[in-house]
Design a binder for this molecule. Structure first.
Ligand code: FES
Length: 182
């Protein structure tokens, strides 16, 4: 299926970032951009999360060091807002739309199917590290609702059955790849 909005770039950059989570120099262009702008902490955290996929402690410490903002303040902000993740995301990031159109067209049923199939709740990652579920606001594809995106790919007009099938197929493809590589 084709992508329908700009969220795909966020998802793919999160995936790339996850692989680079120890390279703190990736933050330097962000500090450069905000160095003379007061009140930029949330923007810095958002962009750091785009780079790494989540906010590891080493990243929060580095932000404290570079901005001069006390580390407890940064931890406080990062833990207060639900948009920030302090743990790594799975290989497949499921962004399930909970916007109005999707909600009206059954997003709650889709969420139940995902949670039951993967045994996780919103914001959690499966124990095998394959899937993370994130409920999000409108993805910009309302006419296709209910919608989810997985690693930048859009899945439209979902039903609980269709959703379970998609997840099973992704898992099966992953297993096949592992077997072929072994
Ligand atoms: S409400 Fe779900 S895509 Fe807009």
């Amino acid at each position: 299926m084709k992508q329908c909005c700009e969220c795909s770039s966020t998802a793919s950059s999160q995936k790339e970032g996850f692989e680079n989570s120890s390279d703190l120099s990736l933050l330097d262009p962000i500090f450069e951009k905000y160095k003379h702008k007061a009140g930029s902490l949330i923007s810095i955290l958002q962009q750091a999360q785009e780079v790494y996929g989540y906010l590891p402690l080493s990243v929060l410490d580095y932000i404290a060091e570079e901005t001069g903002i006390k580390a407890p303040v940064i931890y406080g902000v990062a833990t207060f807002y639900t948009q920030f993740r302090l743990n790594p995301i799975g290989k497949h990031l499921i962004m399930l739309c909970m916007g109005t159109a999707c909600h009206v067209n059954g997003a709650k049923d889709i969420e139940e199917a995902i949670c039951d199939e993967l045994k996780i709740a919103d914001g959690e990652t499966t124990t095998d590290g394959l899937f993370t579920l994130n409920n999000v606001a409108c993805l910009g594809c309302c006419s296709l609702s209910p919608v989810m995106m997985i690693n930048g790919e859009t899945y439209a007009k979902l039903t609980p059955e269709k959703t379970r099938k998609i997840l099973k197929e992704i898992r099966k493809n992953d297993q096949q790849q592992v077997e072929e590589a072994a």
